[in-house]
Ligand binder design. Structure first.
Ligand SMILES: *Cc1c(COP(=O)(O)O)cnc(C)c1O
Length: 422
């Protein structure tokens, strides 16, 4: 099946008992055991089945299968938010004393997790100087356990050459984890270019309507954990909480995603609500159509801003003259979603006064909504950073980030026109 079809059908067939065509919302906490033996078998992971909604839920299972199918992975784990997906994707294989290497252009929440929280748990995060493979490789050593990047950086809009980064990571025996939130699997499928693990905030384009938080980890099943057994004892040594199960033996290529469910999720509980899974499934049905319109509108807005005499620069990899356009061609057919940034003449003050005059555009910190959204990173998402940290993350004081929605192009441009006018 092609993407458009998978987005509507993967993971669900008409329920045989109720004949429900829409995915039912299984709003239950627990599931009854047939007998003591059945309960014991479930707890031993000896038979498949549901135990408790913190660990699994039939509505969420449909969502997981659909996203895994879209990405081409062996399995997925639905979570309460993209942030939980990122955190779990790392602690599932990295422990105190080890490090990870990341590109510098990251979502603000990911940056604070990496720069301020993981180090307190003994995990060092090394930020590369740039988003190229050589900058990453320079920081990898024997204690490195993963490399992390975003396929399209939020808010910088840089397109990362993650195929080259995957090669570097593999040469050093570690997996590449990529955040594919901004691109979505409709625009790029990271596993086809060598990434090992994909994480998403489902809150953004995937859900698409700004009404539900959610996250997911997808496992390609391709990383050879057993070849690097000494580096990844969590997947290769007996797990005390599950009667000594060895994940790579019990689950084979799904070892990583199986452990993510039965250790980090089971023990710390960032489960997604079945209702949110349902809403995100609704959103996924139209993802391909929405991304097409998001990309069309973003290109029209980028061209409009480019010719405006109060705009000093526009950064959108969909523009043929953008430095990232060649990578946008390589990874997403030249249409890199609808996140773009621009600079208004006059720096911080001009940016803020433009921002305050917006009408149709919502002032907020979110992306990937059907509605057009605007954010001033220097005063919100990236405000805790020093000016140097901001510069490294690709944020300047006069920069405005737009996430262009799917309203009519002329209405979107009219709003920008009036806000730039005085
Ligand atoms: C929003 C976002 C996140 C965090 O997702 P939540 O669902 O808000 O926790 C992570 N990465 C990127 C690129 C994002 O845009």
């Amino acid at each position: 099946m092609r993407d458009e079809t998978k987005l509507i059908h993967s993971g669900y067939e008409t329920d045989p008992t109720t004949k429900s065509v829409a995915t039912p919302i299984y709003q239950t906490v627990a599931y009854e055991f047939d007998s003591a033996q059945h309960g014991a078998d479930l707890f031993n992971l000896a038979v498949p089945g549901n135990i408790y909604t913190r660990i699994m839920n039939p509505t969420t299972d449909v969502l997981e299968q659909r996203v895994a199918d879209m990405e081409g992975g062996v399995g997925a784990l639905g979570l309460s938010a993209g942030s939980a997906a990122i955190y779990y994707s790392i602690i599932n294989i990295v422990e105190a004393g080890h490090n990870i290497v990341a590109t510098p252009q990251l979502y603000g929440g990911t940056y604070t997790l990496f720069a301020h929280m993981l180090p307190k748990q003994g995990v060092e995060v090394r930020f590369a100087d740039g988003d190229d493979a050589a900058s990453i490789e320079a920081l990898i050593d024997d204690q490195t356990r993963a490399v992390f990047c975003e396929t399209i950086g939020n808010p910088a809009g840089n397109i990362v050459d993650f195929e080259a980064i995957a090669e570097v990571a593999h040469r050093h025996g570690v997996p590449l984890i990529v955040d594919n939130t901004v691109a979505t699997p409709v625009l790029t499928k990271p596993f086809e270019f060598g990434a090992d693990i994909v994480v998403h905030s489902l809150t953004k384009y995937m859900g698409g309507h700004g009404n539900s938080l959610g996250g997911v980890i997808v496992d390609s099943g391709n990383f050879p954990w057993t070849e690097h057994a000494a580096k990844f004892p969590m997947l290769n040594e007996p797990e005390p909480a599950y009667h000594g199960v060895v994940y790579t033996e019990a689950l084979g290529p799904a070892a990583y995603i199986g452990r993510a469910r039965t250790v980090p999720l089971r023990n710390t509980g960032s489960a997604i609500s079945p209702f949110n899974s349902f809403l995100i499934l609704q959103g996924l049905e139209t993802l391909a159509l929405r991304m097409e319109r998001h990309c069309q509108n973003a290109l029209a807005v980028a061209r409009y801003l480019q010719q405006h005499d109060k705009v000093t620069s526009v950064s959108y990899a969909g523009l043929p003259e953008d430095p990232y356009h060649a990578l946008a061609q390589k990874y997403c057919k030249g249409t890199p979603a609808s996140l773009l940034t621009f600079e208004i003449e006059g720096g911080f003050e001009a940016a803020v006064s433009f921002y305050d005059r917006l009408g149709l555009f919502k002032r907020l910190v979110n992306i990937g909504d059907a509605k057009s959204l605007a954010c001033h990173p220097a005063s919100t998402t990236h405000r805790q950073m020093t000016t140097e940290e901001q510069a490294k993350a690709g944020v300047t004081e006069g920069m405005v980030r737009l996430c262009v929605g799917i309203e009519h192009e002329e209405d979107i441009i009219a709003d920008l026109e009036q806000a730039l006018a005085p």
